[in-house]
Design a protein around this ligand. Structure first.
Ligand code: ADP
Ligand code: MG
Length: 668
């Protein structure tokens, strides 16, 4: 029932189905679990005098003039004035002249849309009616598929599959934790009758997701505890490694290396989480662990989330391991790939660094003793498990630069021992961070251009690649063309996940070589990219990012002794979002920032599968609070203690939901 194909649903023709397919929505199920990106709350009318520029709002107004139509640059503009007791405004439509017939002087109507305060107050392209539409969902979409199409398709889909939706959660769990049924949750997640209903719906969906996630985590943990692995000999490794380094290790690095060495000496497999702020030198620690493995004739695998990062680590590792390092990533030529696979299999590859390509079944190791995953929060539990299966009870080191608040890390990584690097290499200066108001924006880019002439490089991060019709966000494409005009002497290049791999690599290499002054990019550069000469980080639409994400981005600069700057541009002037951004100017302590993020945005940003696994219901851990997470963890343990039929079904569902296909993980 749930895999009911889209084109069989009333109102979804082949054209629309094709557009949905672009978003990888193929069935009624896919559709129902594609939750709104946002909501527009038109459940009550705002007095005209309280309208805020840029927001979506509903007003109840009396039409107080005759509609006027005029032409402007090929567009038909229809305007009418309207008012309530608190003020006047105009309603404006573009290319919808027929609407004038619906506007009668003296009539009282509801109008809903985007408020613009420019040459007077107006609502743009409002929908109008005699009733309030309530809370409307807004979906992430593609060109040609507008929000109305989404909404009507969703409503049809609900009619078709309603009986088949069932509920994977046992009734006892629903009752104990006060959760609504799956069908109600889905309905209200799309078309909530109230804010409260919406909250209950999302809580239920989040809870289910978290429960399944913890079920897998617990299973995996139980599995690992029972095993016995390899006891490494670590003697002499540290001394040799230190002699190869260009710097002296910090006390913190030395401490965690000893913690790792002590784990590796034991026969039981290491399960350790290494946390350290951006730039704290985790890679150096990871390489030490790889040295231990190599010294014992065991292979090590270094799993990283992006190809750019894989390239970068590959270069670093060659400096230590020479030709015994192999790189494996998507988009390699077949001959190259075959050679890499062969060397991994025959064991001549002592160290393999790679992206998700490493998870592929084809990758077989000769004798895999150690797995390191960088920026683990980007990988799902399933992926950890897939990797572990490639060796005979290998040691595992998980690294994370997202400082995870202690409470949360206990829940999410409860199965791992924790090591923390809590100091930065000595020569680092904190990055000077400021929030740039829109009227200083041009000045800031001029400054950036001037710095470029002195050889100082910049990153300019945008929230999206291309402009879209639904969200008004700075995009890489638009900004790139704009800056080309405004600062023509600056050598600019684009870098984003939509580009071909070879192209990305070429750009990154040129940037590293100093042939490009500024990269206009997305968060692809968020993780791990290391270019010491880049000292300016500009974030456009900074209010769209989580603080921890901003902290990660900021960590890309300030990697040398030179003073670095981070400029945050916010879409709104004085909104609460800017209050949040202020935290960034006040501290550079990743843990403090993470704590604040957790408070303000909930734990979604810390949970891996969310960002990339947008198949099915994975995209929803966002609103979850820590208490719910704890409850879900308890529920998982409870079910596993005594699984029964229902438990088995949950386990199955868990493995399905947290399996990410490789395309899910492609960079944004
Ligand atoms: P992380 O992965 O924790 O963000 P990296 O391992 O990429 O940080 O380290 C950032 C930079 O600092 C690298 O260029 C690395 O060579 C350098 N580095 C690491 N440890 C030290 C140290 N103890 N002293 C000086 N530089 C260091
Ligand atoms: Mg790193």
């Amino acid at each position: 029932m749930l895999d009911f194909p889209l084109n069989k649903i009333k109102g979804i023709g082949p054209k629309r189905a094709e557009l949905f397919a672009k978003l990888r929505v193929f069935s009624a199920f896919d559709l129902l679990f594609r939750l709104p990106r946002d909501y527009m709350d038109y459940s009550k009318a705002t007095p005209v005098c309280q309208l805020v520029d840029g927001q979506n709002a509903a007003v109840q107004v009396r039409i107080c003039g005759a509609p006027r139509i005029f032409r402007m640059k090929g567009t038909t503009v229809l305007t009418v004035s309207a008012q309530d007791e608190t003020g006047k405004l105009s309603l404006k439509w573009f290319n919808q002249p027929y609407r004038s017939a619906q506007l009668n002087i003296g009539e009282i109507i509801f109008a809903c849309g985007r408020v613009v305060r420019k040459n007077g107050l107006a609502i743009m392209n409002p929908s109008i009616g005699l009733n309030l539409p309530g809370i409307l969902p807004v979906y992430a979409t593609v060109k040609g598929l507008n929000q109305n199409a989404w909404r009507s398709s969703m409503l049809s889909a609900m009619e078709y599959v309603w009986d088949g939706i069932g509920d994977p959660l046992p009734r006892s769990i629903l009752e104990r934790y006060g959760l609504v049924s799956l069908s109600l949750a889905i309905r209200h997640a799309h078309f909530p009758v109230s804010r409260e209903a919406l909250e209950l719906a999302r809580k239920r969906l989040d809870f289910e997701n978290a429960l399944l996630y913890f079920t897998l985590l617990e299973l995996q943990k139980a599995d690992r505890v029972r095993q016995n692995g390899f006891a490494f000999d670590t003697s002499g490794v540290l001394g040799k490694y230190r002699s190869k380094l260009m710097f002296s290790l910090t006390q913190s690095q030395l401490r965690v290396m000893e913690e790792i060495a002590s784990d590796m000496r034991k026969p039981s497999p290491m399960n350790r989480l290494l946390q350290g702020d951006v730039g704290s030198g985790k890679t150096a620690v990871a390489i030490f662990a790889l040295c231990v493995a190599a010294a014992n004739g065991k292979q090590g695998a270094f799993l990283v989330p992006t190809e750019i990062l894989a390239e970068q680590h590959y270069q670093t590792l060659q400096g230590i391991f020479g030709t015994s390092v192999v790189l494996l990533k998507g988009g390699m030529r077949k001959s190259q790939r075959d050679e890499a696979l062969m060397r991994i299999k025959d064991g001549t590859a002592l160290v393999t660094v790679g992206t998700h390509a490493l998870l592929s079944e084809e990758v077989r190791f000769h004798d895999l003793g150690l797995i390191i995953t960088d920026e683990q929060h980007r990988f799902g539990v399933r992926q950890r498990a897939a990797m572990l299966e490639k060796g005979a009870r290998p040691d595992m080191l998980v690294m994370s630069a997202t400082p995870i608040p202690r409470t949360l890390s206990l829940i999410l990584y409860g199965d791992l021992d924790l090591s923390v690097i809590d100091e930065l290499p000595p020569d680092r200066k904190p990055v000077k961070t400021s929030i740039i108001p829109q009227n200083k924006r041009a000045d800031m880019y001029r400054y950036l251009a001037k710095q470029a002439l002195e050889g100082i490089q910049s990153f300019i991060v945008c929230p999206v690649i291309e402009e879209s019709e639904t969200v008004d966000l700075p995009s890489v494409d638009t900004l790139f063309s704009q800056l080309k005009r405004e600062i023509p002497q600056t050598r600019l290049a684009k870098l984003h996940g939509g580009m071909k791999e070879s192209e990305k690599e070429r750009v990154m290499r040129a940037f590293r070589a100093g042939e490009i002054d500024a990269l206009v990019t997305t968060t692809v550069i968020e993780v791990g990219v290391h270019v010491p000469n880049a000292c300016i980080m500009v974030v456009e639409g900074a209010d769209r990012f989580g603080l921890s994400q901003l902290h990660q981005l900021r960590g890309r600069v300030g990697r040398s002794a030179r003073q670095a700057y981070c400029f945050l541009l916010s879409g709104t002037q004085n909104g609460p979002e800017n209050e949040r951004l202020k935290t960034m100017t006040q501290t550079s302590d990743g843990f403090e920032i993470a704590q604040k993020d957790l408070l303000l945005r909930g734990p979604g940003d810390f949970i891996g599968t969310r960002q990339h696994g947008d198949s099915g219901a994975n995209g929803i851990l966002q609103t979850l609070d820590v208490k719910t997470l704890e409850q879900a963890g308890n529920a998982a343990r409870e079910i596993l203690a005594n699984p029964g039929e229902e438990g088995e079904r949950l386990i199955e569902l868990a493995s399905e939901r947290f399996t990410l296909s490789i395309s899910d993980i492609a960079m944004n």
